[in-house]
Design a binder for this molecule. Sequence first.
Ligand SMILES: Cc1ncc(COP(=O)(O)O)c(C=O)c1O
Length: 369
Amino acid sequence: MQVPFFAFRDFPAGLQQRVEQALIEELRRNQLILGPTVTVFEQEFSRFLGGGEVIGVGNGYDALVLSLKSLGVQRGDEVLVPANGYIATINAVQQLGATPVFAEPDPHSFNLTAATAASVITSKTNVILPIHLYGQSCELEELLQLCEANGLHLVEDFAQAQGALYKGKPVGTFGKINATSFYPTKNLGAVGDGGAVVTQDEELAHWVRQHHNYGQSKRYEYAQVGVNSRLDSLQAAVLREKLACLNKLNAERRSLAQRYHQALANVGDITLPLPSSTNIEHIYHLYVIQTGRRDALQQYLGQGQIQTLIHYPIPPHYQKAYQHLGYKKGDFPVAEKMAQTCLSLPLFPGMTHAEQDYIVEQIQRFFAS
Ligand SMILES: Cc1ncc(COP(=O)(O)O)c(C=O)c1O
């Protein structure tokens, strides 16, 4: 048997056909940029999140840049980010000339915590930018308290967590202004690039709405020097179909994760990605185990035609691009250990139980040998 790390399957059944139909209809509507379908999707996503303004933008990276820019983040400012994050989040800070400041994640949840963030706050810090990594919410209440106590803004990166809950409420609605990505393999994925900014603050929403479309206030009138970063109508049409079944897609991911939890409990030295607290509903964008024998296990699974990936093999402070920040090896032992021990197993809606059972069997066999 061959198991891909990720595949687009027709799940729930009929979705593929609805997506294709939506694309054809949208194409025939001929309002491909900022058409009415974009507005409808923005309203539907807002409803899904329980309110607030949603502005569709070109991708998740732009959503982060626009969010930070709307808060006035600029050269001289420091923005706290997790030391184990995805590079896009850090690049967004750097893009504005501000300084990304890394803080250790929690070794079990993989997420930035208030305790580690607190230890690196300085007089220059103005934003804490946590990532809800792999589909699991950070402990938001503590992060919000920390922000409040220090006069900082919270900006959530929920690119990997659309529909994940914290204390029963969707992530992406706790920070002052928040960013997500609709990259095709995300839990809510388009068929190309896409992203969104989400905020409860009408003034910030108004600023982003102008800024993402060249700063236009009225047709041919420009109130500010903006950029071009728009969600296109074809992506919005697809996202409407996917959003309508996002809860089902996430439930399927959770159910597959549950099967892994049960089958892999007490196998070798594996640490399972169990939800880190009862405050959290994890939606398993990725199923990331940790093991001291990571490289050998990955090789073994590869020989058995099972594709796995590592999110992420090189911590950001080791990257050539970030040497100017002056960090060195050993500065973030938790993040560094994660880079050596974490392994993402295949998990995607439509993956069969037979495929999953085969993966489990191969993992058991590896640790038994
Ligand atoms: C946590 C995180 N932030 C930001 C991004 C950037 O999103 P995009 O690829 O849409 O620019 C991604 C994914 O790609 C991501 O996983």
